[in-house]
Design a protein around this ligand. Structure first.
Ligand code: 3HC
Length: 686
């Protein structure tokens, strides 16, 4: 097998090139090749310096994640980085694309770093439940300073080359040919001794040594972001060790902390999710050569919260949008909100005023439905009523140009019935955005019975262009996400009657790691959503709340009372309503354990997920996990409901559901797939 590492000489400089597509991950062959290249450089007196560069789209994007959990193959990455640093001749990293994780650690092992201005640098290990384990937690603070290192290791975010240069992480920015200039740079520094080694630097640690409180301050300032996650804290501890101990000792701490994380369930979940997210983009049963349709202009019907948010995705990606409303004031309100959102982003410094104007300039608001005629994709975002949707699609059928994709943003309704209102069901697809649509990363792409393969491929590609993560769902009530929400909601509401409080149920969910519980979510979304609007018809607790105007946060009252700062507190009135219903329905009040709440609201979701899978409504279990993590904030360190269930043990899930079966009554039925897998010791995601 040929090595992904090749060497060639340019005068007395050895150019070491990695060619390991797609992202130059540091697999065993790359590591072996790098060590061999350093040996080659040292073994030849004619070589005076080394340049390490990568072919293809990027510099090393980190360790090869597919090797994790497999028997280690030597040399391991920390050894490779040390070997580069201990090279007796200067080594220059020539960086383009993204130097990530182990890739940045390699660059830090080099004595010098040069980069294209477009290059990016980061240590995303924390997103995989890890820390930079090849000396990165020790070298990065020594080179970039402790505050920046803390931010980078705990967020996993990237910084641009200019910032890296300002920090001293990059020695020179290169305009023009990277390798040519890197070689020239190597010529310049070839005679300098001693060689500058990141591990030997101390200057940038002095400030933190003088002020060790920096670490606790950082913990406090970021507590909310890091809550529930193990890796950020251990990353901080590793950087603390860099400050408190000599390099040789700090690096031992780093190794111990790395191994601790690597053997934990969070790292397993987060690494699983890395691949789950990428797998979601792949569509089953589609010919490989399917070409996407060209999308140059998008139409959006409805300028409400959803329509406006959906439009922003395309505008931000530079795709012009025609937005249609029925009345001028609704249109003005909608476009006004889009502008306000952009201006708020600009006020935070994340957009320039010119970019705001550019995005707004690409928005064409109109009352004229016929203006949709030149759109390549038209997304309907109006009321959730089949009659209205069918009427709109009937009209669209007459107006839209041939080959235009006709999409509905419905969150529950049957795409096939909507498609039946047109003469071109092959062009119809569901594009279910999550609210707020300009922010939430998830997009459910609903594949109708007749949706053409190239329409699906277009939807998945477009999702990437607008920075969404798309998951394909089949046609069923609520698709993947909202369908799984239903059993949770049903059981949560019944639990109130049986003796739990909204507060207790929400607490169990928040302690589990959800951003909020079912009743906090109802208050945020609006208790009146889906309400029949007849205050005299009170059939359940939700009807009673809605009839009294307790519509949630927007009314300062819902399942909770809210003060003027929107802080919730348990509501005596809501408890009265619950008590009245309990009496009316003759339900006996009892103490509800937290475990019962888990079994009835989370295990039931797993059961529903299994049904979705066995009915073929999701392509794979990991897609369900992607939906729940990106659409509803399921804690990524638990890997999504299906991965979590696998970890719990499917036999335990089944036993828990059996415990509750009688109480759940006819609202519940077992998924056969779940029962079968539990019986055979199988798993959904492994
Ligand atoms: N190892 C193995 N495979 C990887 C990989 C890695 N580090 N990074 C990306 N890939 C694979 C992806 O799975 C994908 O495979 P597929 O085509 O079969 O689905 C392919 O490379 C392309 O990846 P993307 O679809 O993500 O491509 P993009 O161009 O959108 O993004 C990227 C490129 C920014 C490099 C992105 O892939 C990324 O962020 N990668 C992960 C980087 C990372 O986490 N590095 C740290 C690794 S841990 C480490 O280094 C430990 C060390 O400290 C000891």
């Amino acid at each position: 097998m040929t090595s992904p590492i090749s060497t060639n000489r340019h005068g007395d400089i050895l150019i070491v090139t990695s060619n390991n597509p797609p992202v130059n991950a540091l697999g065993a062959a790359v590591r072996q090749g790098l060590v061999a290249a350093i040996k080659e450089a040292e073994g030849d007196d004619a070589i005076k310096a080394v340049v390490i560069t990568c072919a293809g789209q990027t510099y090393f994007a980190g360790a090869d994640i597919t090797e994790f959990g497999k028997p280690p193959v030597m040399p391991w990455l920390p050894e490779v980085v040390d070997r580069i640093e201990s090279c007796s001749k200067p080594v220059v990293a020539a960086v383009h694309g993204t130097a990530l994780g182990g890739g940045l650690e390699i660059a830090l092992g080099c004595h010098y770093r040069v980069a294209l201005p477009t290059a990016k640098f980061g240590v995303p290990e924390v997103k995989l439940g890890l820390l930079p384990g090849a000396g990165g937690t020790q070298r990065l603070p020594r080179v970039a300073g402790v505050p920046k290192a803390l931010e980078m290791v705990t967020s996993g975010g990237m910084i641009g080359a200019k910032e890296a240069a300002a920090l001293g992480l990059v020695d020179r920015l290169i305009e023009g040919d990277l390798v040519e200039h890197a070689v020239a740079y190597a010529e310049e520094v070839r005679a300098i001794r001693p060689l500058p080694k990141s591990s030997e630097r101390d200057d940038k640690l002095a400030e933190a040594r003088a002020n060790p409180a920096i670490f606790d301050d950082f913990r406090k300032a970021n507590a909310r972001k890091m809550k529930g996650f193990e890796a950020p804290e251990l990353n901080i501890q590793a950087v603390e060790a860099a400050v408190a101990k000599p390099y040789a000792e700090g690096v031992l701490d780093e190794r111990r902390l790395f191994m601790q994380l690597m053997s934990g369930s969070q790292a397993r979940a987060q690494q699983y999710f890395f691949f789950a997210e990428r797998k979601a983009a792949k569509i089953d049963n589609i010919p490989d050569d399917t070409r996407p349709r060209d999308i140059k202009r998008v139409g959006v019907i409805g300028a409400g919260t959803m329509g406006g948010g959906i439009s922003m995705n395309f505008l931000s990606a530079g795709i012009p949008v025609t937005i249609v409303e029925m009345a001028q004031d609704a249109l003005d309100r909608g476009t006004g909100t889009v502008r306000k959102n952009y201006e708020a982003t600009a006020a935070k410094g994340r957009m320039t005023p010119e970019q705001v104007e550019q995005a707004m300039g690409a928005l064409n608001p109109t009352l004229d439905f016929n203006a949709l005629a030149d759109c390549d994709l038209i997304i309907e975002a109006v009321f959730e009523t089949m009659e209205i949707k069918q009427e709109i699609f009937g009209k669209l059928d007459k107006i839209a140009k041939p080959g235009a994709i006709l999409a509905s943003n419905t969150s529950y309704l049957n795409i096939d019935e909507i498609a039946a209102a047109t003469s071109r069901p092959q062009d119809v697809v569901g594009l279910h955005f999550f609210s707020p649509a300009n922010i939430m990363k998830l997009l459910e792409v609903v594949r109708g019975a007749n949706t053409a393969p190239d329409v699906l491929v277009t939807a998945m590609q477009l999702a990437k262009r607008i920075k969404k993560v798309a998951v394909v769902a089949g046609v069923c009530h609520g698709f993947i996400g909202n369908r799984m929400l239903m059993p949770r909601q049903v059981e949560a509401t019944k639990l109130l009657l049986e003796g739990a409080t909204p507060d207790q149920i929400d607490r169990v969910h928040v302690e589990f790691g959800m951003p909020m519980g079912p009743f906090q979510m109802a208050d945020l979304a609006g208790v009146d959503i889906g309400w029949h609007r007849d205050p005299t018809r009170i059939e359940n607790i939700r009807d009673a709340l809605a009839a009294e105007g307790r519509w949630g946060q927007k009314k300062n009252a819902g399942f909770y009372d809210y003060d003027e700062k929107r802080r919730p507190s348990p509501s005596a009135r809501v408890q009265e309503i619950i008590d009245e219903f309990r009496a009316k329905e003759g339900v006996e009040k009892r103490d509800i354990s937290d475990q019962e709440i888990v079994e009835r609201t989370l295990y039931t979701m797993v059961n529903e997920g299994a049904k979705i899978l066995e009915e073929g409504m999701a392509q794979r279990a990991s897609d369900i996990d992607v939906v729940w993590i990106y659409g509803y904030g399921w804690p990524v360190y638990r890997g999504g409901p299906m991965h979590w269930a696998d970890g719990e043990g499917l036999d335990k899930i089944v036993a828990g559901l059996r415990n509750q079966e009688a109480r759940m009554g006819s609202d519940f039925s077992f998924s056969q797939l779940l029962l079968d897998k539990a019986a055979s010791g199988g798993k959904f995601t492994r």
